[in-house]
Structure formats: structure tokens, C-alpha cells
Design a protein around this ligand. Sequence first.
Ligand code: NAD
Length: 519
Amino acid sequence: MVELKYTPLDEIDKIRTSLHAGFQTGKSKSLAYRKYQLLQLGHLLKENRARFVEAIHADMGRPVFETEFYEITGALTDITAAVKSLSSWAKPETSPFNFNWFAMRPRAHKVPKGVVLVITPFNYPVWLVVEPLIGALAAGCAVCLKPSESAAATSALWTELLPKYLDPDLVRVVNGAVPETTRLLELQWDHISYTGSGAVGRIVASAAAKHLTPVTLELGGKSPVIVDASADPALAARRVLLGRFVNAGQTCVSPDYVLVVKGIKDRFLQEVRKSYAAFTAASGDPSSKSGLAPTTFSHLIHSRAYARISGMLEKTRGKVIAGGERDEKENFVGLTVVEGVEKEDALMGEEIFGPVLPILEVEHVDEAIKFINGGDRPLALYVFANDKKVKDKVRNETISGTMAFNEVVIQLGAPGLPFGGTGASGYGYHRGKYGFDAFTHVRTEMDSPAFIDKILWWRFPPYTDAKLRAMLRMMKDGLPAKPKGPPRLDGASEGGWRKWAVVLLAVTAAAAAVKRARN
Ligand code: NAD
């Protein structure tokens, strides 16, 4: 296990002061310099990808495939998109043309918020560092990064590489655990981005409130899966199980539990067993556990995580229908499927964040929706269904950070779209322009020529009736007519049948006129 050197507490204030001085030089205001920094970040990753793969393997035994697919390729694509789009994201917005205002040249400039703090978790220690870094560097901020102490090897690698590739006046790393993060949170920052658990998210938000610092909170929670009677049971089983398999379930949007509709349950369970057998087929490695060789399946990050998941498995009243292996020495829990789980089960309390998948039976989709709406707003909600009405129903009657139909996890990778939670799963967004916006202050300005006082002569005191009339003549609101009543909510358009009756009458009259003319 790699030992991570923690930053001495008295260094932390100095780091913030030096970042402040770096930001004040103004170099990060230059778009060319921001693009240079983004490119440097991309090349840091590209030139050292094998070392990142190794570091993550040292931290959690993660297979190369997963690190490449779920972290590095996505991070590189997003850096490329940021370099290409930065100029358009950063363009000032002009006010829509208005005769009263245009001469004052009103516009909104995108300015960096300033010196920002980015705190990241262990589970995707590349992607979740890169995404907020893209937003902050693109916006022109100076960044203090506090990576997870639990992913010690990866955090040590970031600490070594960042000063070699990025401007140390603008990017610094602080390493440590609770005391170091607590010290960081006592200082004033211009934005804080926190990714991690809801419990710590609350600590971060409270600390930020003392300085009125804006915060992005990317949190977790239980992400449910609904398997409807109209679903393809084989496809649902294969994809849901994959979502739980990846990184041994230590994924913020991993399917946390399945609500399967009674009518399809048996077929779904049968397919789950089949997919389990396929995923864990012996890899040829004699040390493999259920075929889950060290190059195929991650272990849990530390002994606390192992104890937590083991505790849940010991307490569950459900029946293990696949997997169930554990090895305390290696913090290893194999992919485990538990069936016949009730709503009050030990597996249904907090986010599992491990490779255990509980399956609950529901009578119908309405029961699943009610159950989901009775809990915290999820970071991701998954629906396996082929019936469009079911898809629309779940979309309309629930809320979640993200949503995917007949898919899991990879909805986060779709280019150009934001990633963020709602309610207990967090607030604010990362990725693309949304990430840029998070670290950007939109500063409205105008530059008013002297002659404006000839036009707005009436704004200066003393106020008179003539000035009031002149002002009201100019400041017309243009509000559309008052509605006759509330709009129809049943999807039918206002006066729809009347419109068609008029069209019909017109066509009939025209046809009659043509007939008359011919006669
Ligand atoms: P964590 O909250 O334990 O740690 C994350 C960061 O918080 C670390 O840098 C850690 O040093 C710091 N920290 C821990 N305790 C602290 C304290 N008392 N005061 C101040 N800072 C503290 O989270 P984790 O275990 O690394 O990550 C798991 C959680 O993160 C899960 O809930 C998961 O769903 C969530 N997550 C969310 C996203 C997302 O994008 N929404 C992504 C990944 C993980």
C-alpha cells in the first residue's frame, strides 16, 4: 500500500495565499493560457495513462479495462471538447436588442470566480478529479485540489504530476484526511466543488455557508432500477448486473437495488443467474475467486468498507442467489445477488456502494414509483421497459439527478450533457459548458454615453408628473393579453375542434365555389 504524504496543516494557509497571488497575476484570464492548461492536463493523462492504471489497481485492484473505459477515455474526450469549445463558452452575452437600452452596450462577461477548492472521492480518482479541473481551468480559476486519501496511490501520482504539467501558481494539491480537509474548509474560497458522501457534503455546505461560498455538491445515495413487465429480461439482467459489477459496485450511479414487477420476476432472476455465470466464468487464473481474477474485479477500498458491506450481508433476510464470497484479508466481496428482499431489510437502509444487488418484488410500476418517491431523490434512476407509456409515466412522476431507459451508468458519458444530483444527491453540475458555468461568474456591465441623459432626462429628481408620464411612455412592458383561463392540461390544444371546424368549412366553401364556377 502506497503511503500518501499529508500536507502539514500550517502549509495549507500558505498554499491558499500563493494561489490567490497566482490568480491576481491575471494570467488565467487569457483564453489562450486556459487552453494551454487544459491541453497540458490532457497530455499529463495521456503520457501517464499506464501509471494511472497501475495506481488505481494498487488502490482497489481495478482491472485495466474499467480504468480505461470508465475513466481515462471519457476524461480525455471531455478535455478535448473543452479545448474546442472554450471560446464559445466564454463569449460575452449581449442583451437582446431593445431601443431604450442598446446605446448603453449592455452585456454579460464570463469571469472566473477566483480561487476554488475541489475535494474528490476515492472511487473514480481520475475522472472525478479531471471533470471539476476542466470546469475550473476552462473558467480561468486557480485551483486547490484535495484528492481522496483513500485512493493513496492515485492521489500520490496526481501530487507528483500536476506541478510538472500545470502552472503551480494556479494549481496546487493538498493531501490529507479529516484534519487537513477541515482546515481547508475553514478558509475562504470563491467556490467549492465537493464530490463524495451526503454526510460529508453537509459538513462542506455548512462550512461554505460561513463565508457565503457557492458550492457544487456531487453526492450519492441509492439509485433504483425498475424492471417492468414489458422489459426484455435478458437485456435488463445483463446490464443491471454489469452496473453492479463495475468497480465492485463502488460507483455513485451503480444500480443500488432492483424493483421487479411480479409478472416478470422469475424470468428476470433466471437471466440474472445466467449473466452472473457468464461474467464470472473462470478466467484461467487458479487464484481467481468465482472466476473473478484480480484483473477482472476490484476489491473494496478499505477494511471499513469491507466491514460495512459484510455487516449488511450478515443482517439481510433475503436469499443469496448468486455469489456471496468474501475474503477479509483482501477486502474482497464478490458480486452478490440477494433475492426476496423486503423494504425494511439491512440492504435497504443506506447506499450500498459495493457489489451487492438486492432484488425486491413489486406488484406493478405504480408501487415502484411510490416506493422511490418515498425516499431521497436518487442520483440515477433506471427503467427497463419497452412500453412507452411506462417510460413516460416514470419520467413524469419521479425526479432524479439522471435517468436511463434500458441502460445503466454510461448515461454520464453522453457528450455535452451535464451530470448532477438533486435533493439528497446534490446540487450543481459538472461536465462541458455546465462545468465551465459552475466556476464562472456572469458579470453584467454597461458603458453608458453622456447623451443618454438627454433621452432619460426624466430619471433625475425632483420627480414631477411630467417626468412620470414621460418615463411610462418609454418603459412599455409589452405584456401579452390576460389569459381567459388556465390552459388545458390534458394535451388537447386550446379550441382545437373549433380550428378544425373552421378549416373544414373553408375547404367545403372553396370546393363549392370551384364547382359553381365550373358550372
Ligand atoms: P467521502 O465523503 O468519505 O470522502 C470524499 C472526500 O471527503 C475525501 O477527499 C475525504 O478526505 C473528505 N472527507 C471525508 N470525511 C471528511 C470530513 N469529516 N470532513 C471533511 N472532509 C472529509 O466519500 P468517499 O467514500 O470517498 O466516496 C463515496 C461517496 O461518494 C458515495 O456516497 C458516492 O455515491 C459518492 N460519489 C458521488 C459522485 C457524484 O459525482 N455524484 C461521484 C463519486 C462518488
